[in-house]
Design a protein around this ligand. Structure first.
Ligand code: FE2
Ligand code: FE2
Length: 129
């Protein structure tokens, strides 16, 4: 769960930064709103971690924003969401019946990551891949 938490920190930072760089447009607003979702995910995961006696890690990787162009940033954001979807699926499977509360939270997050990916993909397609 600490791995999930750190990945959410990274997604939050990438989306907040990119939303400021994007020209005032629909993509920027969507990126900003999704950045807020990722921060909520951070909070839910931190809550699960602390309740289980752990401490949320802050050791994030070097951030890759996808460059300075809108298209590259959107492609990076789609790939971050895909990575998140795969990771949550794997972790849900790994935890299984051992922790029903955690699995419930991870399932909820997984649904949101799928929606995020769809939102980013739609914008990317509109830009003409
Ligand atoms: Fe997330
Ligand atoms: Fe997401």
């Amino acid at each position: 769960m600490n791995e999930d938490f750190v990945r959410e920190i990274e997604a939050t930072m990438v989306y907040v930064r990119n939303s400021f760089l994007m020209p005032m447009c629909d993509a920027s607003r969507v990126t900003e709103a999704i950045g807020v979702d990722e921060m909520r995910h951070m909070n839910w995961l931190a809550d699960l971690i602390v309740k289980r006696g752990g401490k949320p890690s802050m050791e994030h990787r070097v951030l890759d924003f996808g460059g300075d162009e809108l298209k590259g940033q959107m492609e990076m954001q789609v790939s971050l969401e895909t990575e998140a979807v795969e990771r949550y699926k794997k972790h849900i499977e790994l935890i299984g019946d051992a922790d029903k509360e955690a699995v419930g939270v991870l399932r909820h997050i997984l649904d949101e990551e799928k929606r995020h990916r769809k939102e980013f993909r739609m914008r990317l397609e509109k830009m003409g891949k």
